[in-house]
Write a protein that binds this ligand. Structure first.
Ligand code: FAD
Length: 431
């Protein structure tokens, strides 16, 4: 007897190992008819769900609309690595924003860590958190930058959880001598992204947020002093709206689309390793210094989850084969390892690689573009949006004040221009 075909997201390629290792994903209904609420959220990833959760908990009537199933975007399919700070090192932000603001932005990202741990504890979410992160220099010329970065974080950013690793110490921590140096960060860690996603959605629904799946928003904008969203299945009218569509927003809002660009990243899960102690024996997550970053870690059942290859075109190609070759660069003994799952997702990037927070029109706020560094930050900015609506704090303003320019080339040329730029960076990674 054959059962129903396994679910395949209509917006992201491949079935993830996360999908097969989370208990049943809850189903939410389609919108059916018209609704009038205080706040509308478009997009069911961490940003939108966290906003919905915190808004509902503060007594706001909130409704969230998701095109596909909740978690089909980046939030259900990512590398699960928290990291520290933002995608851009704080010392590299200093020339643009000055030391004091760079320190505030760094502190905000530290608040994001505390937020996630508190939120998971308060809502009884077990997302398989494991501590530790190792960042790796893939070129000899980056070694001094890594050493200096650890020192700067300790001295200028009061972050004492990071230590420089020389080549020998890096090899021991990694189980591979491929990299020239590393940074060992004991103040961060990694999670099962889909468990966090499902837990946040369930908590939001329990708090009274109205969640609707398979309900694409066709248009959203200001009509007669209120926000109105049109879908095939009904209309939602609200006082304000959050666009949390990230790399999947298409041209729903043209200003958002000009600032937030999707690029695709791919991950493969191996079968449980025969000798798991030979790979990252301390259980950390790892990421490297490539522009097209490679990121990997072990799952709780001893698989290697390895992400790397980014693509800027529409074809996926042989994800498993290409990731296996990247695994073999680091762990030659795994050159023939069996791969059980291979999948991809849309990472949303900005020109500066810092998040885009803006109000394209009165009452409408857009948040996205975390540039591969959004597990912590997207969840936290959702909460910051809720704080802004409640009117008690406005920490979101710190991110909104960042000057993130639009991509050049308009909607027609930006994708080919980005393809050229990324190809150049990918080539630079090799030499
Ligand atoms: C393969 C991969 C690996 C990654 N690894 C890491 C990592 O290790 N660490 C890290 O920090 N970050 C990582 N990221 C990035 C991280 O996952 C994102 O920054 C974060 O999940 C963004 O959450 P979000 O809610 O803003 O967007 P998403 O989770 O992408 O959610 C946006 C949602 O909006 C919905 N939507 C779009 N348009 C509409 C519409 N018109 N109507 C209704 N709904 C709509 C989409 O369907 C989607 O579900 C990775 C991303 C990918 C893809």
């Amino acid at each position: 007897m054959t059962g129903p075909a396994p679910y395949q997201s209509p917006i992201s390629p491949g079935r993830s190992w996360y999908e097969d290792s989370v208990s049943e994903r809850p189903r939410y209904p389609r919108l059916d008819g018209s609704l009038d609420v205080d706040i509308l959220v478009v997009g069911g990833g961490y940003t939108g769900l966290s906003a919905a959760l915190h808004l509902a908990k503060s007594g706001v009537r909130v409704c969230l609309l998701e095109t596909a199933r909740i978690g089909d975007g980046a939030s259900g399919r990512n590398g699960g690595q928290f990291g520290t700070g933002h995608r851009v090192w704080p010392e590299d932000l200093e020339p643009q924003v000055g030391l004091e603001r760079a320190r505030r932005l760094f502190a905000l990202a530290e608040d994001a860590k505390a937020h996630l741990h508190e939120m998971m504890a308060a809502n009884d979410i077990d997302a398989d958190y494991r501590p530790g992160q190792v960042s790796l220099a893939h070129k000899r010329r980056y070694v001094d930058d890594f050493r200096r970065h650890a020192q700067i974080l300790r001295e200028r950013y009061d972050y004492a959880s990071i230590n420089f690793l020389d080549r020998e110490a890096t090899s021991a921590r990694l189980g591979s001598s491929t990299y020239f140096a590393g940074l060992h960060d004991t103040g961060t860690g990694h999670i099962h992204p889909m468990k966090l996603l499902v837990g946040t959605a369930s908590a939001a629904a329990a708090a009274g947020a109205l969640l609707f799946e398979e309900t694409p928003v066709a248009s959203v904008g200001r009509v007669g002093g209120r926000i109105r969203a049109e879908t095939t299945f009904g209309t939602v009218t609200a006082d304000r709206a959050l666009l949390a569509t990230n790399g999947h927003g298409g041209t729903l809002n043209r200003r958002n689309a000009a600032h937030v660009m999707p690029i695709r990243s791919f991950i493969a899960a191996t079968e449980p390793l025969a000798e798991p102690e030979r790979v990252l024996p301390g259980g950390e997550a790892a990421d490297d210094s490539r522009f097209v970053v490679r990121y990997f870690r072990k799952s709780v059942d001893g698989r290697l989850l390895f992400g790397g290859r980014e693509a800027y075109s529409s074809s996926e190609g042989d994800i498993a084969g290409q990731i296996r070759a990247q695994i073999a660069d680091v762990y030659p003994h795994l050159k023939d390892v069996g791969i059980t799952h291979a999948w991809g997702g849309s990472v949303a990037v900005t020109m500066t690689r810092m998040p885009y927070v803006a109000s394209p029109e009165p009452g409408l706020t857009a948040i996205g573009g975390f540039s591969g560094h959004g597990v912590l930050l997207s969840h936290f900015t959702g909460r910051l949006y809720a704080e802004r609506v409640a009117g008690n704090r406005d920490r979101l303003a710190e991110l909104e004040a960042l000057k993130v320019p639009a991509f050049p080339g308009g909607t027609a040329l930006r994708a080919p221009l980005l393809f050229l730029a990324m190809t150049w960076y990918a080539l630079r990674d090799r030499f």
